[in-house]
Design a protein. Structure first.
Lengths: 872, 204
């Protein structure tokens, strides 16, 4: 073999490999880290022994080293010396010692807690450390300033909780043959374990011939790789789904056995929308064999009616399925086409293809159990579900799946738990009248009703919801309207960048930030939010710390361990150390340990429970989480890296066997009426503004209010990410930046060429985009892969200059264009509208703030100039 | 002796650029330098439009124009067909960059090694441990991770590819996965009219 002057490559240098877990997004792919003899981390690869990601890593996972060695990392605790705060204003940090920093922060927090613990606004957003996320419970605080709920699945998670008693959903890639993606990149570019799922989906596509259909306003990666892209007008996906249901019902393509046996579709619904119950509270069904009403559990029922109108106890009633049919009567593909722009013929064909692929009646033997096989699934996520009527929208997508009986069934749409500890600990329970107990609060119970509200984001008024953090702004600007008795004055922020991510105009959020008495941020690098901090508490990065987690793996279960590749590079601490030290100084240590025991489930194995007055390290918490999962100690995990296996089929497929699923969500009415009664009794002044019509037990074709904005806003606008920007921040990373700003879909505001022409715009025009709520500046690009009604804005065009050399100003943020009011908030789940209407104005030049160089567009121009030696 | 080549499965590639970043970490590539890239191209008119993602790297041509024009002998072909660049011999003339019809040669200008990946004028420990393999000013390219290949490993871009769109193997072995794919799915080399006999093939 000839000499190899370019050797050695990084992975071949003298050193050692260690197993760990990625944290470049919230998920948890297995990794192996190479550390040289000199102690430098110089290569990270996927762990080939982890059956989730099979040795694969996405571009973000491949770039973790650049976060570790980022020269802009916070290197010691910092204290602000500049009393003036604002975007772009230098805090003039002064390095301080940890003792001083912790005393200072704990003192400020204690001051506020003694005054009113509600005045603390936490934004703790580390999905891999839910025991940090839930720290505020230790002082009874239920506020939330973080962006997670609304910008991902504000309505998605609650509806998954009702239908699957699980946090997320994914199509069963092992058996699915017809995969619909609506407004999501699952299996191609985003969401659950992106690298892992892309591998599984590519194998299913190529090796098994799985057909993919993507519904989206833009030609996303999923759309480009699918056999069919169905462009759709933004915020009309529910109407498309209802059109599919219309066809399947009209043409009798449904799994009637499933609907009768495994759902509440045959339960009789009375005139008030509630199920018909007898004096004992038992729900009636109609026995069409004997032509009489019986209770659902009556063993003499001959055939359950799904359709028809009946008289029971003197009231007219219909089976829930008939109720849905009534709605679908108005949802013909032709009617829906007027809303979605999707041709009626396409809807009919896809409905038929989907139902045919589902192969209703087929069964499969898995681990000795005969199960229905329904190899077709309608998968969806943020883009499709993030609307004012998010509850109904998610329900409509579920209905497409209900029609073919594929819920939690081989080949179909599967519930995915947030954290695997719940798989073995009753994530599925029997509720009333044979139905599965709905579990909409996947991130913990909603606080009890109160007026005046205790939560600044009004969480207590969203009985089926997640936190609606955009409402913090609505309440801040209108405190009298909402009757709040207090104003938050302290923020505790950890691995969260709300000032980048929250929706609503930045200027108003800046006012909110400026009103704070004290802000502490625990983070790694400077962000839009850290520049508002009074104190920075610098955390270890993921290559310096311990953890044990597994978040939403679509096909696997088990724990993934994180261990340090190197000693901390700087004078930083783990999040555990930071929050334990604060807790001790604040006198809430015992309460915090109780919170962790509950959140991490240590109470399931009493020997693992944390003692009240002790502080624990990140390694010790990780050790106990490993022991909780499989009784293996940390040394076993250091050797193996993870305990991940493919999911056990009995826990994965139809774990609710023998229970009925919520086809009809009666709980929506119950929660509405309870909330209404509470609001009436408390004389809540804004109860008349509450969108009571949002609480629908079945999805309807109501239009989201975004379609009713003033006509001058003549285009829709959407926001998108691909895998390089999946979940958290990555544009400060030089390797990510190097790929993102070379990708045509991430360097301009994208219009269809015909739309650009109609707007008298050409590629390269500088424009101002206005919505009824805010504005941004940018440069126009064109693509045939954009729906003509739509302006597409990439997440790559959303940052503001932060003091991080790699982060460039983009001219605003799409989220500035979005509303933050009640009108655009789903009254059931708190999900806000994430599509907006806009108008475009051509400008002769950039506004002053963008003229000084260093913008995203300057970078794009610089790297696209040709140079010597084929500069790339 | 093997004759190494690579096959790109265009049906599998999702244009995610994991390969590109994996290559940057394996090879300690400076800012803006790529040994592999993923291009994308849109075709058609709405709504009958699609986009194809096209991974590219050095094609390790049998008849390599870059080797022919190299005046210093820095560019040479190993017995296993991998086209190499000797950092010590490269004089940075750039002839290879002009000759390469595939845009795969990159000049490593001196300032890349002083500005650093963060553009702050300092190098990270990661860069410090890795840049010694390059000579500032040299014009270089992908070497199929020849060191990994010698150690019996696949190139870094191949192991990390989430969709297994990159298949590395011995083109002389009719049973290698690469050979089978080329045969069964009609593998095509890039720009065959350039007559360079690439050892990289595309299947779709």
């Amino acid at each position: 073999m000839s000499a190899n002057p370019q050797s050695p490559q990084n992975s071949l240098k003298s050193g050692r490999w260690m197993r760990s877990t990625c944290k470049m997004c919230l998920h948890s792919c297995g990794t192996i880290m190479h550390v040289t003899d000199e102690g430098v981390v110089n290569k990270i690869e996927g762990d080939p022994t982890n059956p989730s990601n099979n040795g694969k890593l996405c571009p973000k996972g491949n770039s973790a080293i650049m976060r570790h060695y980022d020269p802009k990392r916070f290197k010691q605790p910092l204290k602000r010396t500049n009393p003036n705060k604002g975007p772009g204003v230098d805090p003039m940090w002064e390095p301080i010692g940890w003792e001083e920093a912790l005393d200072l922060v704990a003192g400020e927090l204690k001051k506020t807690i003694e005054d009113d613990p509600r005045k603390i606004l936490p934004s703790l957003e580390d999905f891999q450390k839910m025991h940090i996320w839930n720290w505020p419970l230790a002082f009874g605080n239920r506020n939330c300033f973080q962006s997670g709920g609304t910008m991902c699945g504000g309505a998605y998670h609650p509806v998954n909780g009702i239908v699957h008693s699980a946090f997320a959903v994914a199509n069963d890639v092992k058996h699915c043959n017809y995969w619909i993606n609506d407004g999501t990149g699952d299996g191609f570019s985003s969401h659950l374990h992106a690298a892992a799922q892309s591998n599984w989906v590519a194998n299913a596509r190529i090796d098994r011939g799985m057909r993919c259909v993507t519904i989206e306003p833009r030609l996303s990666i999923s759309a480009a790789k699918s056999e069919e892209w169905i462009p759709i007008r933004p915020a009309t996906d529910r109407h498309f789904a209802l059109g599919l249901c219309h066809v399947m019902v009209a043409e009798e393509l449904c799994d009637y056995r499933f609907l009768r046996k495994d759902t509440n579709a045959p339960y009789l619904v009375g005139p008030d929308g509630y199920f018909m119950r007898n004096a004992d509270g038992k729900i009636y069904v109609w026995d069409s064999a004997n032509n009489c009403a019986k209770t659902w559990d009556d063993e003499t029922v001959g055939k359950l009616a799904l359709e028809g109108t009946y008289q029971v106890d003197g009231k007219e009633c219909q089976p829930a399925f008939q109720k849905f049919r009534n709605i679908l009567d108005g949802c013909s593909p032709e009617e829906m086409e007027k809303i979605t722009t999707v041709p009626a013929d396409t809807v009919r064909r896809v409905a038929r293809e989907f139902a045919a692929a589902a192969d209703i009646g087929a069964t499969i033997e898995i681990d000795g159990r005969t199960l229905p096989l329904r190899p077709a699934g309608y998968n969806y996520y943020r883009g499709a579900q993030g609307h004012k009527h998010g509850f109904q929208t998610n329900h409509a997508f579920k209905m497409v799946n209900f029609m073919v009986g594929n819920i939690d069934t081989p080949g179909g749409l599967m519930g995915v738990t947030l954290d695997d500890q719940w798989i073995d600990r009753s994530h599925v329970e029997l509720g009333e009248n044979g139905m599965m107990k709905p579990n909409p609060h996947q991130l913990g119970p909603v606080p009890p009703f109160a007026y005046p509200p205790n939560s600044y984001d009004l969480l207590e008024y969203f009985p089926i919801g997640l936190h609606p953090p955009h409402l913090n702004l609505e309440v801040f600007l209108n405190p009298e309207k909402y009757g709040v008795e207090y104003k938050p004055d302290v923020m505790v922020i950890c691995h969260s960048n709300p000032i980048w991510a929250l929706q609503g105009p930045r200027e108003k959020w800046f006012e909110f930030m400026a009103s704070m008495r004290f802000i502490v941020v625990c983070d790694i690098i400077p962000t839009e939010t850290t520049q508002w901090a009074d104190v920075i508490l610098p955390a270890h990065d993921a290559l310096e710390s311990w953890n044990m987690t597994m978040i939403e793996p679509p096909h696997t279960e088990g724990m993934c361990m994180r261990q340090p590749a190197t000693a901390p590079l700087y004078d930083t601490k783990s999040e555990e150390d930071i929050f334990y030290e604060l807790s001790e100084r604040m006198g809430i240590l015992a309460a915090y340990n109780e919170v962790i025991n509950m959140i991490l489930g240590f109470h399931h194995k009493p020997e693992l429970m944390l003692e009240p007055d002790k502080k624990y390290t990140d390694k010790e918490i990780a050790r106990r989480r490993g022991l909780l999962w499989n009784d293996k100690d940390i040394d076993w995990y250091i050797e193996h890296g993870h305990s991940v296996t493919e999911r056990r089929s009995d826990k994965w497929y139809r774990p609710w066997e023998g229970m009925r699923l919520h086809f009809y969500i009666e709980d929506a009415l119950k929660e509405r009426d309870t909330l209404k009664a509470n609001m009436e009794a408390a004389n809540v002044p804004f109860r008349h503004d509450w969108s009571w019509l949002d609480y629908q037990p079945l999805p309807t074709a109501i239009l989201d209010p975004v379609h009713e904005e003033p006509p001058e806003y003549d285009l829709y606008s959407i926001f998108y990410k691909d895998i390089q920007m999946n979940f958290g921040e990555s544009l400060s990373n030089p390797w990510i930046k190097d790929i993102v700003y070379r990708d045509p879909v991430h360097i301009a505001l994208i219009l269809n060429p015909k739309t650009a022409e109609a707007q008298k715009l050409v590629q390269g025009d500088i424009v101002r985009i206005d919505s009824p709520y805010g504005r941004l500046f940018g440069r126009i690009g064109t693509s045939e892969g954009m729906h003509p009604d739509t302006l597409g804005v990439s997440n790559s065009l959303s940052r503001a200059k932060t003091g991080h050399s790699k982060v460039a100003h983009a001219g605003g943020h799409y989220n500035d264009l979005l509303p933050y009011d009640l009108r655009n908030t789903d009254a059931v789940t708190g999900q806000p509208e994430t599509v907006c209407k806009v108008k475009i104005t051509r400008l002769d030049d950039w506004p002053e703030v963008l003229k000084n160089g260093g913008t995203v567009y300057d970078i794009v121009d610089e790297i696209s100039e040709p140079g010597k030696g084929r500069k790339h | 002796m093997a004759r190494y080549g690579m096959v790109f499965d265009l049906r599998r590639c999702i244009g995610c650029n994991a390969c590109v970043v994996g290559c940057k970490q394996e090879n300690t590539l400076p800012d803006g330098v790529f040994f592999t890239r993923t291009l994308s191209e849109e075709y058609g008119v709405f709504p009958a439009v699609n986009r194809v993602y096209i991974p590219t790297l050095c094609n390790h041509c049998e008849d390599a124009p870059c080797e022919k024009v190299c005046p210093s002998g820095a560019t040479y072909t190993r017995e296993d067909g991998i086209v190499m660049v000797d950092a010590d011999k490269c004089i940075g003339c750039g002839s290879c960059a002009v000759a390469c019809p595939y845009d795969q040669r990159t000049e490593l200008s001196k300032d890349l090694f002083t500005q650093g990946l963060f553009g702050e004028g300092e190098l990270t420990p990661f860069e410090e441990q890795g840049y010694s393999r390059f000579t500032p000013g040299m014009v270089t390219k992908c070497d199929f991770c020849s060191g990994r290949v010698d150690a019996g490993l696949d190139p870094a871009c191949v192991v990390t590819c989430p969709t297994d769109a990159r298949i590395f193997g011995d083109l002389d072995d009719p049973d290698s996965k690469a050979s089978r794919l080329i045969r069964e799915r009609g593998g095509r080399p890039p720009l065959p009219e350039k007559n360079t006999s690439p050892k990289v093939f595309y299947v779709d």
